[in-house]
Design a protein around this ligand. Structure first.
Ligand code: C5P
Length: 239
């Protein structure tokens, strides 16, 4: 399987407090020009029904629930998520090899299994935060260690900062899928993201998919911003 498939490379984060708001916004989006992401807040309020509605509208959907539990529980959750017809799901690489392998095995019988990716180090954690949890490695070193473990455990890729993308691409090879949040157009507000990267730089660094939330969802003209991001990606990749 080639994990670096074609198709839209922007994943719009539907970070809304209600299913109605998320659906109303998704109504304005074209599944040919972007994919969508449903995270913990939206899933907690709107649940599987909303996910199925978005999938039925033709969207490739990333269900961003970052599973981290004992292997049996994570495997069962992954199987349930796959049953919703989603395109991508994720687990925490720090859950360990056995947990990730159990997640992989749980998807084995699926006709169209979702891409299964792992979170390495949350970008909200700095070196000091990690030390407090007993992790003495620098965040980038730990991210590479966990990305290698994810690859060895059968994951299709990882979520990472675009600033780490070239390092992880080198470490894990061309077939490993890199999903990067923290994307901003050069003239956009940073919001609460600290280490931002432009779409062109992200894909040039090796990112396959770019998670973009507020720059699109809070824009006066969301479709125009999406077009600009897609144009920047096309210019950087030559396609
Ligand atoms: O609005 P913004 O573009 O900052 O949204 C980024 C999205 O990516 C949010 O849904 C956020 O939860 C997610 N994310 C992130 N940083 C990470 C992992 C996920 O911003 N390290």
């Amino acid at each position: 399987m080639n994990n670096r498939d074609l198709g839209p490379r922007v994943i719009v984060a539907l970070d809304y407090a209600t299913g109605a708001e998320a659906l109303a916004f998704a109504q304005r989006l074209d599944p040919k020009r972007c994919r969508v992401k449903v995270g913990k807040e939206l899933f907690t309020v709107a649940g599987p029904a909303l996910v199925e509605q978005l999938v039925a509208r033709g969207f490739d959907l990333f269900l961003d629930l970052k599973y981290h539990d004992i292997p049996n529980t994570v495997a069962a959750a992954c199987k349930a998520a796959a049953g919703l017809g989603v395109w991508m799901i994720n687990v925490h690489a720090s859950g360990g090899r056995t947990m990730m392998q159990a997640a992989r095995e749980a998807l084995a019988g699926q006709v169209r299994p979702p891409k299964l990716i792992a979170v390495t180090v949350l970008t909200s954690l700095g070196a000091e935060d990690l030390r407090e949890t007993g992790q003495t490695e620098e965040p980038a070193v730990l991210a590479e260690r966990l990305a290698r473990l994810a690859a060895a455990s059968g994951m299709d890729g990882v979520v990472c900062s675009a600033q780490e993308a070239s390092r992880l691409r080198q470490a894990c090879g061309t077939d490993f899928c890199l999903v990067t949040p923290g994307i901003r157009l050069p003239d956009a507000a940073q919001d609460d993201q600290k280490r931002i990267v432009t779409p062109g730089v992200a894909v040039s660094s090796g990112a396959d998919y770019l998670v973009v939330g507020r720059p699109i969802t809070k824009a006066v003209d969301p479709l125009a911003v999406l077009d600009r991001i897609n144009a920047e990606i096309a210019a950087a990749t030559g396609r």
